[in-house]
Write a protein that binds this ligand. Sequence first.
Ligand SMILES: [Zn+2]
Length: 114
Amino acid sequence: MENLYCLRCNRELESGQKSVAVYVFAQTVGIRPRQKSAARRICFCPQCSVSLAMGPPPEGALNVAAWQMMRELVSSDPALTSAAWEALRAIDGFLPADETYEGFRRAVGSFLQF
Ligand SMILES: [Zn+2]
């Protein structure tokens, strides 16, 4: 099975995990024979999707197009933002109640790269 990674943070996305998929393909117009490239699937985790949508526009026309699609998804329904919030909460959920600060640093460090 194909392993998918968030394009922005490189977090592994397991099959069926909440994420945003952007499909990109190119097709010739007005040229015969018509040619169509294979579609590429680009994935973003909910946290990066929300972060991108809330942030300033990126450089580059293609990136701006993707950014506008993210903004459309994030602004049309709170479900994606809710998924990002749940994922953020889960970082705390992994820690036992008596975990030390050092343990917390280790648990979060691999994600945030302190
Ligand atoms: Zn991500």
